[in-house]
Ligand binder design. Sequence first.
Ligand code: NAD
Length: 393
Amino acid sequence: MSRNKINIGVVGIGGYAESITNLVLESNDKLDTDFALIAVCDPALDQFTDRVKQLKQQGIQVSDNYDDLLNNPDIQAIWLPVPHHLHASFSIRALEAGKAVMCEKPAAGNLAEVDSMIDAETKTKLPLLIGFQEIYDPNTLLLKKRLLNNDFGKIQTVSCRASWPKKLSYYNRNQWAGKAVFNDHIINDSPVTNAMGHFANLCLFFAGPSPKQNATPLSVQGQTLRAHNIENFDTASITATTDTNIPITLLLTHAGDQLLNPVIMIHCDNAIITRTLEQITIEYKDSTPTETINLILRDRIPMLQGFADAIQNHPARDNQIWATLNIARKHVQLIELVSQLPITSVPNTLIAHTNKDTDRGTIIPNLMNIFEQAQLSQQRPESLLETIESAHN
Ligand SMILES: NC(=O)c1ccc[n+]([C@@H]2O[C@H](COP(=O)([O-])OP(=O)(O)OC[C@H]3O[C@@H](n4cnc5c(N)ncnc54)[C@H](O)[C@@H]3O)[C@@H](O)[C@H]2O)c1
């Protein structure tokens, strides 16, 4: 019997779009349904001449215009690894053209745009999922169900600490990185929104009231800091209150003095759960042996399978969570609340630079020690800047 195929178009050729194009091209035979990449578009084709040649050799149509994909009746689905200010309008145009959509995270940088996406999804009855690959791993839903089943006692706090130090080239790679507003769109680009948005969203998910719902953030306290020379912030030390009464603390930075991949901790009455990129560890407070669960999410295949299922009108599988707009909207609520905090610039005396002459990195010495202590003790510093100052003196 021949396998079903879904014809897909990817918007964008460079940046993360290159990874998505490769992911789709290499996904065949790993899914119940194959994706056939039949077209890509990017207005900056002259920047990607080798890649364009390669794609054309594989029979993929290449265009500089998104309308060419929208007007192509053979395309059923569109993937949007595009700049954040285009997420809403490009998603809505695809839905209105009759295509299913996988839009990269965040859904958008502000709630008004997410709500316009929800309206279009309701009107067209086509699926629009968000590319939060971390959440699609079946082990994520399994853990959530055990949390809701009270297997570890009451949840006290959910937190995440992470440091992906960035250099000038990260903020110079496009025109919108590090901006609060771009092309008249509120994009709120920051660690909470973008690179580490997956983990902010996962914290909301683990604190959520039912298996497939995020917690709703209600208010945010804490501080956002700017160490790099950017418009928005690159460091957040915040706690959100939620409708499930589980506080969520985020300690996220692009100016850390060490690299630390995201560590989510769920402190419960009877256990401490630690989720890294590779595994979930459950340490019980009594003599129950520690559990270790390996994650499989890094290949992004569960996300593709979820998208294929949604396109074919299959319900989500029992072990599968999809990053729907309902889930992603809570992340954007958090983004909006955090954006209301005033941003404090870190004084130059508290900053160090790496790679001084070329691609300069900006770091805050001692920051990762401060984050670690805060996460382990469940005590976020009242003022992060004052704590950095005292560590410096
Ligand atoms: N899921 C993940 O782990 C992950 C990782 C990185 C980036 N992302 C997401 O991917 C998206 C793209 O991020 P990026 O940093 O690569 O952005 P980027 O600005 O570097 O651009 C990506 C591509 O989009 C193209 N593009 C720009 N305007 C376009 C238009 N009008 N039509 C078609 N293509 C256009 C650019 O030329 C570029 O090739 C963002 O939503 C980001 O959050 C997701």
